[in-house]
Write a protein that binds this ligand. Structure first.
Ligand code: NDP
Length: 270
């Protein structure tokens, strides 16, 4: 049998850690596979490109997760519910789609104990899938976002939602949140906070911990949380865990989560 080929599709994609993560796992596990990156400019060509390159599986990153969803022949029920696919596996000519970002995130925050209420700052694609899985796991999730229109999905799913303005006018309700999570891209390539200081200074002091989905740097949000002596966590574990779960699909569950983790985590210390 020839070597199984995998890739990450995205735009941009040159920064991605996924090739290193998966190749370290394949090598360590003795799995006959190779993983690369592919700059996909036109998301509508995703399926065609997959087959032209002769791939066995892919991960999909920004901005193609909805194209990936539409490219699949068979969708995992959770991916279907949240409308976003970040992992595709080919079996007998058919594309099977999964979302591993959300279970990866759920596992990453499971280290925080006695957490019930969670405040999401941001309402983008990542917030969609992760809010749904947290809700299914029993967390009480509230979403606040800069602009109103992205909140519609969350309202329809039964979440409490606020814009910055409506949240500020409700602050007197003095609701507290155990976990505050930056689900925005604020701080990724700039020094901005994900919400006005007025909101952050209200919610951070009462929180047990603050989490960012951005990884590889300490964002202004996490810096602010540290000035309040809060526990903090960046997005590295989310990235690692979504990768491990994707690798379980790529290898048809031939290896355990712990086995894959042993090799994949080396990508974070190299
Ligand atoms: P989207 O583009 O879908 O959504 C972006 C969100 O951020 C929107 O809610 C937007 O608000 C908000 N936003 C952007 N800039 C600001 C700002 N300056 N102030 C306030 N709000 C802002 O992004 P994704 O959901 O795909 O990604 C979000 C983050 O998650 C990214 O940083 C990405 O790198 C990270 N991520 C991390 C992963 C990991 O494994 N660790 C996996 C996947 C994503 P508005 O609606 O008002 O525009």
């Amino acid at each position: 049998m020839s070597k199984a080929l995998f890739a990450i599709f995205g735009n941009p994609v040159s920064h991605s850690k996924s090739p290193l993560m998966h190749n370290l796992s394949f090598q360590g596990l003795g799995f006959d596979g190779c993983y690369t990156r592919y700059l996909l400019e036109d998301g509508s060509k995703l399926k065609e490109t997959f087959f032209t390159l002769g791939l066995k599986g892919i991960n999909i990153t920004v901005p193609h997760k909805e194209y990936a969803y539409n490219a699949c022949d068979i969708l995992d029920p959770f991916a279907k519910k949240v409308g976003a696919v970040n992992t595709i596996v080919e079996k007998e000519g058919k594309l099977y789609g999964y979302n591993t970002d959300a279970p990866g995130f759920l596992k990453a925050i499971s280290e925080f104990e006695n957490v019930k209420t969670v405040l999401f700052l941001g309402a983008g694609g990542t917030a969609k899938s992760t809010s749904v899985i947290l809700k299914e796991a029993g967390y009480d999730v509230t979403i606040i976002n800069r602009s109103e229109n992205r909140l519609t999905y969350f309202k329809d799913e039964g979440f409490k939602t606020y814009t910055f303005d409506t949240f500020i006018s409700d602050i007197s309700l003095s609701q507290t949140y155990d976990l505050i999570i930056n689900m925005t891209s604020a701080g990724l390539e700039d020094d901005s906070l994900p919400a006005p200081s007025e909101i952050l200074e209200q919610v951070i002091p009462a929180a047990k911990a603050c989490v960012d989905v951005i990884y590889g740097k300490e964002t202004p949000f996490l810096k602010l949380a540290r000035t309040h002596n809060k526990l903090t966590k960046d997005g590295s574990d989310m990235l690692l865990y979504q990768g491990i779960i994707a690798c379980e699909y790529f290898t048809d569950h031939a290896y355990t989560f712990g086995n894959i983790k042993m090799y994949m985590k080396k990508a974070f210390i190299l």
